[in-house]
Design a binder for this molecule. Structure first.
Ligand code: ATP
Ligand code: MG
Length: 298
């Protein structure tokens, strides 16, 4: 049984194919992925219908996922500051039932979190069967911010520091393999913004009073490590894009396109699960009809 005609599915597959990081490929940033790419769609207006269609499909698939209760979906969102993580979550999830979706924003770890292994706090917040969990920042910070700022690794008190990043990549791949083998799909999205577009967005946070609350000096400080982050992201994409949990690099210089692309990758993953409403058996159906009869006449 199919939920929607095939045409939009083909369009989605075609749209997201160039964004997928081929497992085993060595990624170089910014060379390999253009933050300004728009998939041949001319402008925001031309993309409105596509986004709307994606949002509608997502709502239908999420409702089925929740009813079926066998599989779950983890959406990992990674990006540098001002790439649009919050707006992506808001727009892409606008049509879904909030009861079936949880968003977790991971910040600087607490003392309790630092007392555990590096995957502990993420493991505590995984989706249940039937749920979608969105990680706004994720276990990947452990090979990004912690790699760029090595003093953070000292705070983690890991006993062995040799080949720590390689061992973390392996641990993450095994963690995700375990999840996908147990009925949890994983969508990993890197919102790829350019340095120039980030500059414009940070300026807008200063210039526009209604955006002042978003401004953080920490974002400016982190911007100073741009090259280190690009390198850390490229290495992360190279080592953790796997067949079971591939990365997609979402071009993020045009917000309208990044929302279409993010929705498309999520719809595609849910479509792969192909969740169905449970069908009751003949006996249960007969009993339902008896209750119905009683209700109607009582
Ligand atoms: P926004 O700024 O859009 O509200 P955000 O995700 O940037 O969202 P902030 O509260 O600004 O949220 O920042 C969270 C900070 O926590 C980031 O600087 C991030 O690098 C840091 N962080 C996340 N995970 C870890 C980690 N494992 N170790 C150290 N720092 C981390
Ligand atoms: Mg921030």
């Amino acid at each position: 049984m199919t939920t929607v005609p095939n045409q939009p599915r083909d369009r989605i597959a075609e749209l997201i194919a160039p964004l997928r990081v081929r497992p085993g490929a060595t990624v170089r940033l910014p060379k390999d992925f253009d933050p300004g790419y728009t998939g041949g769609i001319s402008d925001k207006e031309a993309g409105v219908e596509l986004l709307q269609r994606g949002v509608t499909m997502l709502a239908d698939l999420q409702s089925r996922l929740a009813a079926q209760q066998t599989d779950g979906l983890l959406v990992v969102l990674q990006a540098l500051d001002a790439a649009g993580k919050d707006g992506t979550i808001r727009h892409v999830m606008s049509g879904v039932n909030p009861q079936g979706v949880r968003v977790h924003s991971f910040k600087v770890p607490s003392a309790e979190e630092l007392d555990h292994d590096f995957l502990w706090r993420y493991g505590c917040r995984l989706p249940a069967r039937g749920e979608i969990a969105i990680f706004n920042r994720s276990h990947y910070e452990e090979v990004l911010v912690v790699r760029v700022h090595k003093e953070l690794l000292d705070r983690q008190r890991v006993p062995r520091k040799g080949a720590v990043w390689r061992r973390r990549f392996e641990a993450i791949n095994a963690f995700e393999r375990h999840l996908t083998g147990n009925g949890f799909r994983i969508v990993k999205l890197f919102l790829n913004v350019s340095k120039e577009e980030q500059r414009k967005r940070l300026l807008a946070r200063i210039d526009r009073p209604e955006k002042n609350w978003k401004f953080s000096e920490a974002d400016i400080r982190e911007r100073g490590y741009w090259r280190d982050y690009q390198r850390a992201y490229a290495d992360m994409l190279t080592h953790t894009s796997t067949e079971h949990a591939p990365w997609h690099v979402i071009p993020a210089d045009h917000k309208w396109f990044s929302r279409i692309a993010a929705a498309a990758v999520i719809v595609n993953a849910l479509d792969g699960i192909d969740p169905q409403y449970p069908v009751v058996d003949t006996q249960a159906r007969r009993e339902l009809l008896e209750v119905r009869d009683a209700l109607e006449h009582g």
